[in-house]
Each structure stands twice: as structure tokens, then as C-alpha cells.
Write a protein that binds this ligand. Sequence first.
Ligand code: ZN
Length: 202
Amino acid sequence: MASPYEGPVQSLVDELGRLPGIGPKSAQRIAFYLLKAAPEDAKRLAKAVVEAKERVSWCRRCFNFAEGEFCVYCRDDRRDPSVLCVVEEPRDIVAVERTQEYRGRYHVLLGAISPIEGIGPEQLKIKELLSRVGDEGVKEVILATNPNIEGEATAMYLARLLKPLGLRVTRIASGLPVGGDLEYADEVTLGRALEGRREVDA
Ligand code: ZN
């Protein structure tokens, strides 16, 4: 099918349609919204995208988003360095922080093991996790990957690597909606899941 719109409109629809969770209809709706919006509103959005891309990268230690070398949690001396909470994505840190139950540090894997999508352990920040555990005097690793097939497989894989190192390795408790993502869990449920975390048998 030929593109129904002229050059710049079609490019905008195409670019928006590449975003996760945005189907063709939503892409059109957002494009028209932006075209109708006041120029300064549209420019503010464009500027936010450009600035975020220029100024934000990955924390050198935990792979959270960071402005500069290290993220806010790695820079904060009040956080307990002996506990590491392992999550799949930076957005999961936001979910854990919302519970106000956690005062340790984080490690972001930047994904989960998924044979279907061709994602193996070597594509995740697992090597980096292992070297942190050795270097930073970590005593407990909390596996807070998502409660779905990929997240469980990743947690089991990590538990098998970490347990022989003599650490406490825990998994957030069940009670989270199975198949879901951490980010959709409300803070009370996730807070309970953290508190009720259990030692992993691997
Ligand atoms: Zn960090």
C-alpha cells in the first residue's frame, strides 16, 4: 500500500509507529495531535528527546540510566552496598523504589534470558554482576526479575551462578501477578514481595 500521507507527515507517523506499544492507529493519532499542537509544545517534546539522548547514558556500575558516570543510587553513600537488587530494566528500579522498602543498591541486566527472542546470558549484564559481587563485598543478591517465564528462567540461571560464591541469594516472593511485569505491580504488593523474599535453592 502506498503511503497515504505526504513526506513529513508520513515520516512522523512511521517514526511514532516504531515505538514500543504504538500500533499504526495510535501512531496516526499522536502524529495528528502533534501537528495540531502549539509549536512550542511540539518543540518541547522534540527537545526532551534530543536532550535525554545527549545527556543520559548507562551507569558504569549498575546499568541504570545515569547523567554522568554513575546513577543516583550508586552515588548515594547512604545506600547499603552489601545488598544488590537485580532487575531487568531501569524502569523496574522505579517500581522497587516506590515501595520504600529497599535501601540497598541495584544491578540492571538490561533484559532477560529469552531463547525465543534469541537473548542468551551473554547479551545481559551478567558478567558485570559477577565482578561486582566479588569487588564490592556483596552479601545478598535479591533476584527481582519479572514473575514471568523469562524472568524466572533468568533468576534460576543467576542463582546457579551466585550460590556457589557463598552469598545469600533470594527471590522476591510470589503474590505478584504471574506473567506480569514488576512495573505494573502496586507498591504494597511489591513491597510485600520484597519483604517476603526467600532463599533460592539452586
Ligand atoms: Zn548505578
